[in-house]
Ligand binder design. Sequence first.
Ligand code: DQA
Length: 143
Amino acid sequence: MKKFQIINGPNLNKLGTREPEIYGSLTLKDIEKYTQDKCDSSKVDLQWFQSNIEGEIVEQIHKVMDSDIDVLIINPAAYSHTSIAIYDALKMLDKPIVEVHISNVYAREDFRQTMLTAKAASTIMSGLGRDSYYVAISSQLID
Ligand code: DQA
C-alpha cells in the first residue's frame, strides 16, 4: 500500500465552472472520486488537500516531510509559475514528487512557460485532463 498526498493549488476548487473548455466539466470532488474509483484501493491510499493560499500549501508540504506519505502529487496551479516558497519547500522534501497540470501548459500563454516549481519535481505531466491525477499515481506504481 502506497500513501499519496495530493495537493491542489489556487482556483482548482472552482473546477467544473472554471473555463470548462480548458479544464473540463468535472468539479474537484468529481475528479477525486473519478481518480479513487479508477485506482485499486488495496494498493493506494489517497489523501487530498486544496488551498488557495501559498503559505498553507507550503505548510502542507512540511507536514508531508514528517509523515508516512510515500509520494507527493502536486498541482500548484498558478503558483507553478511564480512561487519560490513552494519550490523551496519541494526541494526539502526527500520523496518522489509528481507535478500535474490538467491542461497542456506548453500550448498556452507565454507567462505559463515559466515552470518554477517543476524544477523541484521528479516527474511532470501536463494535458491529461480528468486522467491527470490517475496517471500521475499510476506512474508511481510501475515495478
Ligand atoms: C494548471 C495550469 C496553470 O497554468 C493554471 O494557473 C492553473 C491550472 C493546470 O492544471 O492546467 O490554475 O495548473
